[in-house]
Design a protein around this ligand. Structure first.
Ligand code: NAD
Length: 291
C-alpha cells in the first residue's frame, strides 16, 4: 500500500485565503483590522523563524502585526508589564508569547497574565479548561491541535468510535489534541515517554498522531495497515548530502510508514503550515468577538 499524502501546505493555503476574505469583509463593514502581537525573548534561531513566518502570514491575510523582541536578559517583571500593556491595546486582538522562554522566566505566570480574550495560542488555563469540559464553548482552539483536526476533517477521516493514539502529552500539542479528539468521539490513548510497548499500542490506532520530537521514532511495523498517520514532529538532523548540512524530519520514518499507512502527512509541508493558519483564524475570531 502507498499512503495518500495529506498536503498540509495546500490545505493551509485554502484556509488562509478564506481567512483573508473574511478579514476583507470585516473591514468593508467598518470593522477593525485584526492585529496580532508576538513577543520573542532571546535569540533562539528556530523561534525567530517561527515568529517571522507568523508576521508574513498576517500581512498576507490583511492583518497587522506588532513584532516585539526582548533580550534574553529581560526580567519577569518587564515581561509581565509588556503583557499588561498589550492586554489594553485596542489595535492588538491576539497576543502570542513565543515559547520556550528563558529559564529564569516563569512561563506559566506569563501565560496566565495574557487576557483570556487575546490568548490566541489557547494556552491560558481558563481557555484550556473550556476545551476540557463537555458542553462548554471554547473561545479559541489551540493552533497545532486544531491544525491536525482540520487535516483529519478535510481528508474525511472517520473519528467517531475510532481508536486514536496520541504520542506526546505536552501542553501545546499532545494534551489539547487529545481533548479535541475526545470531543470528536474518538477513543483516545495518550502515550508518552513512560508508556510500555509503544509499538503494540500504536498498532491499535486507526488514527496515530506523533508529537514527540524524536526523529523518525515511529517505524512501519508500529503502524496499522491503512491507518491515518499524522506527524507533528519537526526535528533537524545532520545530512552531509544537504547544502546546509542538515534537513528537517518528523517523528515518523516517513518512507517506510508511507508504504503501510492509508494516509500520511509529510514534514515539512504537513501540520506546520496549518499551525500558522489556525493562529490567523484565532486572531480573526478574537477581533470579531471584541466588537
Ligand atoms: P515536548 O518536548 O513538550 O513533548 C514531547 C512529548 O513526547 C512528551 O510528552 C514526552 O513524554 C513524549 N516523548 C518523548 N520521548 C518519547 C518517546 N521516546 N516515546 C514516547 N513519547 C515520548 O514537545 P512538543 O512541544 O509537544 O513538540 C513535539 C514535536 O512537535 C517537536 O518536534 C516539535 O518541534 C513539534 N511541534 C511542531 C509544531 C508544528 O506546528 N508542526 C508545533 C509544536 C511542536
Amino acid at each position: 500500500m502507498t499512503a495518500t499524502i495529506l498536503d498540509g501546505k495546500a490545505i493551509a493555503a485554502r484556509l488562509r485565503a478564506e481567512i483573508g476574505a473574511e478579514v476583507s469583509t470585516l473591514r468593508a463593514a467598518g470593522g477593525p483590522q485584526p492585529g496580532l502581537a508576538t513577543v520573542l525573548v532571546g535569540d533562539d534561531p528556530a523561534s525567530a523563524v517561527y515568529v517571522r513566518n507568523k508576521h508574513k502570514a498576517c500581512a498576507e491575510a490583511g492583518m497587522h502585526s506588532v513584532d516585539i523582541k526582548l533580550p534574553a536578559s529581560a526580567s519577569q517583571a518587564e515581561l509581565l508589564a509588556l503583557v499588561a500593556e498589550l492586554n489594553t491595546r485596542a489595535d492588538v486582538h491576539g497576543i502570542l508569547v513565543q515559547l520556550p522562554l528563558p529559564a529564569h522566566i516563569d512561563a506559566p505566570s506569563i501565560i496566565a497574565a495574557i487576557a483570556v480574550t487575546k490568548d490566541v495560542d489557547c494556552l491560558h488555563p481558563e481557555n484550556v479548561g473550556l476545551l476540557a469540559q463537555k458542553g462548554r464553548q471554547p473561545r479559541f482552539l489551540p493552533c497545532t491541535p486544531a491544525g491536525v483536526m482540520h487535516i483529519l476533517q478535510v481528508s474525511n477521516t472517520a473519528l467517531a468510535g475510532a481508536n486514536a493514539v496520541v504520542l506526546g502529552r505536552s501542553n501545546i500539542v499532545g494534551m489539547p489534541l487529545s481533548l479535541l479528539l475526545v470531543s470528536a468521539d474518538a477513543t483516545v490513548t495518550i502515550a508518552h515517554s513512560r508508556t510500555r510497548d509503544l509499538p503494540a499500542l500504536c498498532r491499535t490506532a486507526d488514527v496515530l498522531v506523533a508529537a514527540v520530537g524524536v526523529p523518525e521514532l515511529v517505524r512501519a511495523d508500529w503502524v496499522k495497515p491503512g491507518s491515518t498517520v499524522i506527524d507533528v514532529g519537526i526535528n533537524r538532523i545532520a545530512d552531509p548530502a544537504a547544502k546546509s548540512g542538515s534537513r528537517l524530519v518528523g517523528d515518523l520514518a516517513y518512507a517506510e510508514v508511507a508504504e503501510r499507512a492509508g494516509a500520511i502527512t509529510p514534514v515539512p509541508g504537513g501540520v506546520g503550515p496549518l499551525t500558522i493558519a489556525m493562529l490567523l483564524q484565532n486572531t480573526l475570531h478574537a477581533t470579531q468577538a471584541s466588537q
